[in-house]
Design a protein around this ligand. Sequence first.
Ligand SMILES: Nc1ncnc2c1ncn2[C@@H]1O[C@H](COP(=O)(O)OP(=O)(O)O)[C@@H](O)[C@H]1O
Ligand SMILES: [Mg+2]
Length: 378
Amino acid sequence: MTAGARARLRVMLLFGGRSAEHDVSLVSAVAVAGALRDAGYDVVPVAITKEGRWLLSDEARAVLDAVADAGAPQVLPSSFAAIGEPVVAVVDPTRPSLASVDRPDRAEFHVDVVFPLLHGPYGEDGTIQGLLEVAGLPYVGSGVVGSAVAMDKVMTKRALAAEGIPQARYRALREHEVTPAALDDVAADLGYPCFVKPANMGSSVGVSKAGDREELRIAVELALEYDEWIVIEAGLDVREIEVAVLGDETPEASRPGEIIPGAEFYSYADKYEHDDARLIAPALLTVEEEAEVRELALRAFAACGCQGMARVDTFLRRDGGGFLVNEVNTIPGFTPISMYPKLWSVSGLPYPQLVQRLVELALARHERRVRRAGHQRH
Ligand SMILES: Nc1ncnc2c1ncn2[C@@H]1O[C@H](COP(=O)(O)OP(=O)(O)O)[C@@H](O)[C@H]1O
Ligand SMILES: [Mg+2]
């Protein structure tokens, strides 16, 4: 499919980023760039290095090409850091454009819409979304609030609880509240095993399963290295079922998929190092279970204030206790084997149409916002 008679829109693809999921983002970016081109858009790649430097077109394109050529994300980080000089992007709210101030030789470039493909902190957490709001640029996915709520496990749990959405029993603690007595209390309340997680991470970084009091202490110490807020959850015997949500005012839920972890739980190593986990789409569920989890995903999406897209990760209790919502990811992986595009593909929406739909949703939301603000540009 092409964008038809419409002038070719320029989509800025923002990828890389300052998080543990930097390399995943690069692989996703290659796939999304290809799909955007197939859908008839011009792609303006902007890479963010692990150090937070923004690389504009040529350097960013070189990064994409290197990923595509190498076919393996592991080879990238060293070469990536060496490409390009620091670039400061200035944002002009009266025109959707970014100009480089410390590279005056570089022509200003125009973009119509931004596709932020950054996972984790400084990308998926509302910070980049805030920058794009200030710039007056339309962008794909959730706004500031939805991104921030979904990224923060404590806030997600509060939002889900407020809407009566089932979730694992949990306790939230801040660093100064962590005392031996507090941990005794949590252990007595939740029992073992329990899962300890930093509030604000992703990719299972800092997440561990504790089977006794000593492991709980070590797990809490580890989680506190990543965030001053942590959550501790009752560990359950579950199947991991994920649903892709797409849309804005009337979002739709895809068919569910299932993750079969290769390790004891779906850890960072399992996700990105061993590659032992298996993704099954569609998941083997009863008709009733499928309907239930799709409905639950839409409720969780709304509870967190998400827009455009999100992957809602649920747990199906093996003891017959039904579904629980685990977390909501506002910028899910987009590699060719990632769950989000896979779920849409098995639901009848192929990859290029999916990215086109996301761009259209971004533009439509921006138009509504501009109309409301009463200062239409041009
Ligand atoms: N309460 C729980 N009971 C059982 N397994 C859990 C629980 N919480 C997390 N897990 C396991 O840990 C993995 C990572 O936890 P998750 O909350 O998804 O962190 P992240 O946001 O880093 O992906 C999950 O995919 C699952 O395998
Ligand atoms: Mg997860």
